[in-house]
Design a protein around this ligand. Structure first.
Ligand SMILES: [Zn+2]
Length: 686
């Protein structure tokens, strides 16, 4: 591992922050924190932290000694000075004299000691930084260090490797106890460059930002070199089926197995989003004959447990021609997983005084021999974090097994970490949105109504995929929604294209729960004279397009076994034909019956089918030029033309989007048509 320190970049950081009145020390603290944060072999997702001891004026302008320490759970790679809140150092140091300190008291004392009252909560490892004397302190969960300390004889290996350059701290849960233990051990030998925390990670320190950072790099490099020596070949591969199923066949089954019925609301499910990873290193790990031992032995560092749980789900290898076996085995494996988790909770909670409330028992990581690993979460973001940590764990455990035998902390220690309120606080306490964990596909996603609908579903917590034959329009719309939104080029008049698009959605999120089949276009012609080709073209898009999309979605929904929701953009033309609009209205009328057919055929599977009949929406179908032309032809203003309905209100794409959203949330409604047209008695359904 090489130092990332570059003199000119360090100076640039000093100069840049000086313009905001930030001191040289704090600028360099930010610079090296970012250097650590950008290397996933050192820190991942809010793990690790850094600090600086300096003086600063408080709100009254009086200079005070402070500890600037990373905010809890924040990302080191993108940290700014405000991400290192300043806390009055003398107050923190006084706490060392106490025999014990509750979490509540620590939280209150540290908040009351912040120089800036609105600053983020400091790292849970704040006291360890406060009790050590050094100006700069760096802490990481470096992979190479973990591979060495996650061993039955980890401390002995370190003692030999570091030859007095570091002191070793036995495993103690992070917090007040660890801070006191680490400070005592440091003081017994104050010439060391750092502390190695058994089963947890490493601290280095120094008089300058560079010294502390480069000690980290040097000590981690020694561990990396040690891991290259006397390696055993790992792992011996298990017997696997000849042909392994694809991720597209496996993901919906796994996702269904990891979903749970909502006990309070009939028809509702608590679902997960999946993130798939594979590589030669991951396959080597999940294909090992002893996966059940080393893969289930526990977390590589205690901080991972809130994201990955203490052990992953392990399935059988999915043979391509025996997916029914895989489904049964996956469901049984999830049931066993949940029972094991509940037993762990009951046992450890009794030990802890019975005061904790259980978290959901579902896995956050799944290992699938022959295929790879999945991260699971209630959002794509959470699933990615779980996958990153699982990938890191696979690497750490592989190296640990190559030089010895991987060993984690005990289940009691894992429980104390998993149920520590200060760790749970990292996950935030915001209420979940109504569509959290659900995956929505919107066709015609690049158009006005598609965009508005995708935006409404994303705002309600769903992960969204926008399909459109105009790839650029879909990409623009997805970009406006956020990083997790997926854009896929898809022409719904082409069956292979539809199948490929759904395969991409499954690969990205793990399945499909809601489809808004919205792609359409208008053809006109007097029905007695219109060319048959025009009619056929319109049927291809306005009827068969919906059927292809619905069929592709139903296949995935049945594999998941957790119901689903098919929503169709029909049209008032389906019930109230306009003159010369036969080529548009006829396939839409067929689509209205398609909705009812899906409602009839798949109600028993929990799959609902509903439609929205909208009219006169400013969109790709009803362009500004068309509106100007039609209103002129009728001798009314554009506004009067658009609001020519019973309520006298213009109907917008957002109104249509809200109707689709409402239908997605109405768990007891299927075969329904909702009109969004401001009121048109001639188009009313009866
Ligand atoms: Zn740590």
């Amino acid at each position: 591992m090489k130092s990332g320190w570059v003199d000119s970049e360090a100076q640039a950081a000093i100069d840049r922050y000086a313009r905001d009145g930030i001191s040289r020390d704090l600028a360099l603290r930010v610079y090296t924190t970012r250097l650590l944060g950008r290397d996933p072999k050192l820190v991942l997702h809010g793990g690790g932290n850094t600090s600086l001891k300096t003086t600063m004026p408080d709100l009254l302008g009086e200079e005070v000694a402070v500890l600037c320490v990373k905010g809890s759970g924040s990302d080191m790679a993108a940290i700014e000075p405000a991400g290192l809140p300043a806390v009055r150092l003398d107050r923190l140091r006084k706490l060392r004299a106490r025999a014990d300190l509750s979490d509540e008291d620590l939280l209150r004392i540290q908040r009351a000691s912040l120089l800036e009252p609105t600053a983020p909560n400091p790292s849970v490892e704040i006291l360890l930084h406060a009790f050590l004397p050094h100006k700069f302190i760096d802490h990481t969960h470096a992979n190479a260090i973990l591979s060495i300390v996650d061993q039955p004889d980890g401390e002995a290996i370190c003692a030999g490797l570091y030859d007095g350059r570091v002191s070793l701290v036995p495993y103690v849960m992070p917090g007040f106890g660890l801070a006191k233990t680490a400070a005592d051990i440091y003081e017994a030998k104050p010439e060391v460059e750092g502390l190695i925390l058994n089963k947890h990670g490493i601290f280095t320190f120094g008089a300058s930002a560079r010294e502390s950072y480069e000690r980290m790099i040097a000590l981690v490099t020694l561990a990396e070199e040690r891991l290259q020596k006397n390696r055993k070949a790992v792992f011996v591969t298990a017997q696997l089926p000849q042909a392994i199923a694809s991720v597209n066949a496996v993901a919906p089954i796994l996702r269904g197995a990891c979903s749970r019925k909502d006990e309070k609301i009939e028809g509702a499910w608590r679902r997960m989003i999946l993130e798939f990873r594979t590589s030669p290193a991951i396959l080597n790990f999940v294909n090992g004959a002893e996966l059940a031992r080393y893969g289930q032995a526990g977390v590589v560092t205690p901080d991972h447990t809130i994201r990955t749980k203490n052990w992953p789900l392990v399935t059988i290898a999915p043979a391509r021609d025996r997916m029914d076996d895989f489904k049964r085995a996956a469901q049984a494996a999830v049931t066993d997983f949940c029972e094991r988790y509940q037993a762990y909770f009951a046992r450890e909670n009794a030990r802890a005084g019975g005061i904790k409330r259980p978290l959901d028992p579902l896995p956050r990581v799944a290992l699938v021999p022959g295929l790879g690993l999945f991260g699971l979460g209630r959002s794509k973001e959470d699933a990615k974090i779980a996958a990153d940590l699982a990938q890191c764990a696979a690497e750490v455990i592989t190296d640990a097994e190559a030089i010895g035998r991987f060993e984690s902390i005990s289940q009691a220690e894992m429980f104390d970490m998993e149920y520590w309120p200060l760790e749970q606080a990292k996950l935030g306490s915001a209420a979940e949105k109504p569509l959290a964990g659900e995956i929505a596909v919107i066709t015609g996603g690049g158009g006005t109504i598609g965009r508005a609908t995708a935006k409404a579903f994303a705002a309600a917590g769903a992960e969204v995929a926008l399909l459109d034959c105009d790839e650029r329009a879909a990409a623009d719309a997805a970009k406006a929604i956020g990083a997790a939104a997926l854009a896929v080029k898809c022409d719904v008049t082409d069956g292979a294209c539809v199948r490929d698009a759904f395969a991409r959605v499954v690969a990205a999120f793990g399945g499909v729960d809601i489809v808004v089949s919205n792609a359409g276009a208008a053809w006109q012609g007097r029905i007695g004279e219109v060319d048959e080709d025009v009619l056929r073209q319109s049927f291809e898009l306005n009827f068969y397009g919906h059927q292809r999309v619905a069929q592709a979605a139903v296949k995935i929904m049945l594999a998941q076994g957790t119901g689903g929701c098919l929503l169709f953009n029909v049209s008032k033309q389906a019930v109230n034909p306009g003159p010369n609009f036969g080529p548009y209205g006829l396939p839409k009328a067929a689509t209205l019956f398609l909705v009812r057919q899906y409602a009839v055929d798949y109600g028993a599977d929990g799959i609902r089918a509903n439609a929205v009949n909208a009219d006169r929406i400013r969109s790709g179908l009803l362009t500004d030029a068309f509106i100007a032309e039609r209103s002129k032809a009728r001798g009314v203003s554009e506004k009067d033309y658009l609001s020519g309905n019973l309520l006298g209100r213009e109907v917008t794409a957002d109104d249509v989007a809200q109707a689709f959203l409402h239908q997605a949330l109405e768990l007891k409604t299927t075969g329904d048509v909702t009109t969004v047209d401001g009121g048109n008695i001639a188009a009313a359904l009866r």
